[in-house]
Design a protein. Structure first.
Length: 436
């Protein structure tokens, strides 16, 4: 079974992995070198102590009377070796290729004064014994239990503390390195040409300051470009309205005919298209309108009554008494565009309010028209896009109504969504985040 290792996707994860693995490997190498040095130092010290202790202990036992020797065995006992006043246990000859280093130390300490016999004692814990005879002929056996150099009991806690410190330092370093990029990413995500630009802080490391300065410059260029585009469209509209007006006046003096009616219709359509184009350009800068607090119920009542006064079937449901902070002219233009579409394609519209101020409000405009195919719901927000069905130019319109509504919705901090209703018709939902 093959295990595939994948490189982390986020920059923070990658930096954390690199720093942490590098620090752990460095710490492991450092610990390994220190442990090896400590092991060699401790081994040399222990072997030196073994030589001195064994030579001293055997000299003491050799000079003591035979009946006093048993009383000294406990005094001469050590953690890894001791003395027996008896013959060695049955064992096996030592493997000459794997002789414990303690053997050489014992030979060095007393081998020149006594004849030594070494044997290995097999078992769960292997050890070896050294037998010799004192000057009075009595045997003495040195029982040796080889052991590793002991580790200090506090060492694991120190290693754990170092690991936690490395993790903390890695997290801090990654956070400091990634935080400017996160701020830049959030600023790019929230970049809104309609709103007043929010300048990034240009302080900090050189690279971060340079990226923030470049982003701020980009914001200014985009705002300038959009402003120039609006001014260009406004100028074109102004220049076009004059010849269109002259052409309409001339048609008034023309003889009545089918061609005259077609020409008047085309001129009206061109004039409407120019006005809608200017409205779309201005909707991009909907955030320039000053916000104010309005009573939503009163606002919608006024809107719906205006339609009802002209004999159109527009109703309102879901009063909630919310007072919101918004741009009223932009909000009215959004709802007028949505209601006009609903009335145009179904003959009636219903305005429905849901939610509460502070918890998220939604205003729905519902109709029972032909609806829109699911695969083109997102396309209708594009400028000049017309659905190839009964919702097309033959019904009037330029394809800018929903585009203008969406631009203004974003300008007031909301969003528009479209959906088909059960039983036919369309539901357009204007969501005001947090109830404004």
């Amino acid at each position: 079974m093959n295990v595939a290792l994948h490189w982390p996707r986020t920059l923070a994860s990658r930096l954390s992995l690199i720093f942490l693995v590098g620090l752990i490997l460095t710490q492991a190498l450092s610990f390994g070198a220190q442990y090896y040095e400590r092991y060699q130092s401790a081994k040399s010290t222990m072997l030196g102590n073994l030589e001195t202790d064994v030579s001293t202990s055997i000299a003491i036992l050799d000079r003591l009377p035979a009946d006093e020797r048993p009383g000294w065995l406990d005094r001469l006992q050590r953690r890894t070796y001791g003395y027996l006043l008896s013959e060695r246990e049955p064992g096996v000859p030592m493997d000459q290729d794997n002789i414990p280093i303690a053997v050489n130390s014992i030979e060095t300490a007393i081998g020149h004064d006594y004849a030594l016999t070494f044997v290995e004692i097999p078992g769960l814990r292997q050890h070896f014994q050294v037998q010799l005879q004192l000057s009075d002929g009595n045997p003495v056996t040195i029982d040796v239990w080889p052991a590793m150099v002991p580790l200090s009991p506090w060492l694991p806690f120190v290693l754990l503390g170092q690991l936690m410190l490395m993790i903390g330092c890695t997290w801090l370093a990654v956070r400091i390195a990634v935080r400017p990029l996160t701020r830049l990413g959030e600023a790019v995500e929230n970049l809104d040409p309609n709103a007043h630009p929010v300048h990034l802080d240009e302080s900090g490391p050189t690279e971060v300051a340079h990226a923030a300065k470049a982003f701020n410059t980009m914001q200014e260029r985009i705002a300038t470009y959009l402003k120039e585009r609006m001014q260009l469209l406004a100028a074109i509209s102004h220049d076009l309205q004059t010849p269109i007006t002259r052409m309409k006046l001339r048609t008034e003096f023309a003889d009545e005919s089918a061609e005259k009616d077609k020409l008047v219709h085309d001129l009206n359509e061109i004039e409407h298209l120019v006005r809608e184009g200017i409205a779309y350009a201005r909707s991009i800068h909907g955030a320039t309108e000053t916000s104010c607090r309005i009573n939503l119920d009163s606002f919608l009542d006024s809107l719906v009554f205006d339609y009802q006064d002209t004999g159109q079937a527009v109703t309102l449901a879901g009063k909630n008494g919310a007072v919101i902070d918004t741009r009223p002219h932009a909000l009215r233009r959004i709802l007028v565009n949505l209601v006009d579409n609903a009335v145009k394609f179904s003959g009636a519209a219903e305005v429905l309010v849901e939610g509460r101020a502070g918890a998220g409000l939604s205003i729905k405009v519902l109709d029972r028209g032909p609806g829109i195919d699911e695969d083109v719901l997102d396309e209708v927000f594009k400028p000049f896009y017309r659905v190839e069905s009964s919702r097309n130019r033959s019904s009037g319109g330029t394809g800018l109504g929903l585009a203008i509504a969406q631009q203004l919705a974003e300008a007031i901090g909301g969003s528009l969504t479209l959906g088909n209703r059960e039983g036919g018709g369309l539901c357009v939902t204007l969501t005001l985040a947090g109830g404004q």
